[in-house]
Design a protein around this ligand. Structure first.
Ligand SMILES: NC(=O)c1ccc[n+]([C@@H]2O[C@H](COP(=O)([O-])OP(=O)(O)OC[C@H]3O[C@@H](n4cnc5c(N)ncnc54)[C@H](OP(=O)(O)O)[C@@H]3O)[C@@H](O)[C@H]2O)c1
Length: 281
């Protein structure tokens, strides 16, 4: 049976790493291409790779180094992805891209007020959380268009692949009650807008604005937030979120995968929570 193929961008730790772990455990044969910005530092990911050697007939994991700020390396990155897909010897497409890598703030202290806001920080966070994921989507588009909808559910029409941008509840303008987190909120808001744009540009032709060729299947583009999850980085912000429930990475990813399994074309361009409920933009 051809393997479902997924690329997880930002998988050295946290939710991205947990996505890789959980995807490799799926009953459905799944091939994972995981990216990390420094392979030598991504021991947990590379250890996982040792457990899933190429002779493992059910599951496989490839790891590719990618820092989403290094645009001059994107062509090499695309070639590496192509090599992985060629090795699979099936249709050479990607069935899903999960853009998960991010930073909250270069200093690891988010802004609590306007005085903390610096242009250089806004720019750094924007590069990692918006520019990188969007350009990676652009470079992978040729493979995403060749996907075979092996994730999600085709009950509302078939599509080639899913683009899942991991967003944050802090991106919601309507739900913003406490302010702060300037760079992070702004960047995730922009990522949501990019997701919506992609859904329009590559979505269902019946909407009348798709830019797809007649022979192309639509793509399913969704922004999804994981809730508040006990990843390493979030520990630094615990005092800023005194009443929050911290979900484990395992549960958060389990819920998101369950929601991914239910995604269909009617969800194109939506901003969803881990359980699939629509979030206010
Ligand atoms: N945890 C939460 O409560 C929460 C809440 C809402 C949304 N989210 C979203 O969920 C996603 C994962 O969050 P997390 O908590 O798992 O984060 P995390 O533990 O901080 O991990 C961040 C990941 O992004 C990677 N990364 C950072 N800069 C990068 C770059 N320039 N190029 C490529 N990769 C880079 C990191 O790689 P290195 O190991 O090399 O640094 C790491 O793998 C993010 O999109 C985040 O916004 C998380």
């Amino acid at each position: 049976m051809p393997k479902a193929t997924v690329l997880v961008q930002g998988a050295s730790r946290g939710i991205g790493l947990e996505f890789v772990r959980a995807l490799l455990k799926r009953e459905k044969p799944t091939h994972v291409i995981a990216t990390c910005r420094n392979i030598r530092m991504a021991e947990r990911l590379t250890n996982l790779q040792k457990d899933h050697q190429p002779d493992d007939s059910l599951h496989r994991l490839d790891v590719i180094q990618l820092d989403v700020r290094h645009h001059d390396e994107f062509d090499n990155f695309s070639n590496s992805v192509e090599t992985c897909l060629n090795d699979l010897k099936h249709d050479r497409g990607l069935d899903m891209l999960i853009n998960c890598g991010h930073i909250y703030h270069p200093s690891n202290r988010v802004e609590t007020n306007l005085n903390d806001v610096l242009g250089i920080d806004l720019n750094d966070v924007y590069q990692v959380n918006v520019v990188g994921p969007l350009l990676i989507t652009k470079i992978l588009m040729k493979y995403l268009k060749k996907g075979c909808s092996r994730f999600g559910n085709t009950s509302n029409g078939s599509y080639a692949s899913i683009i899942l941008n991991i967003s944050a509840e802090l991106a919601s303008i309507k739900n913003n009650q406490v302010g702060g987190w300037y760079a992070y909120r702004l960047s995730k808001c922009a990522l949501n807008m990019a997701t919506k744009n992609l859904a329009i540009e590559f979505g269902d032709r019946s909407q009348g604005v798709s830019h797809l060729d007649k022979s192309d299947k639509p793509l399913l583009c969704v922004a999804m937030h994981p809730g508040i999850v006990n990843s390493e980085m979030i520990h630094a912000y615990k005092e800023l979120l005194p009443n929050a429930h911290f979900e484990t990475k395992e549960n958060a990813v389990k819920k998101m995968l369950k929601t991914i399994d239910r995604l269909s074309l009617k969800d194109n361009g939506k901003y969803l929570d881990f359980d699939g409920n629509e979030t206010n933009y």
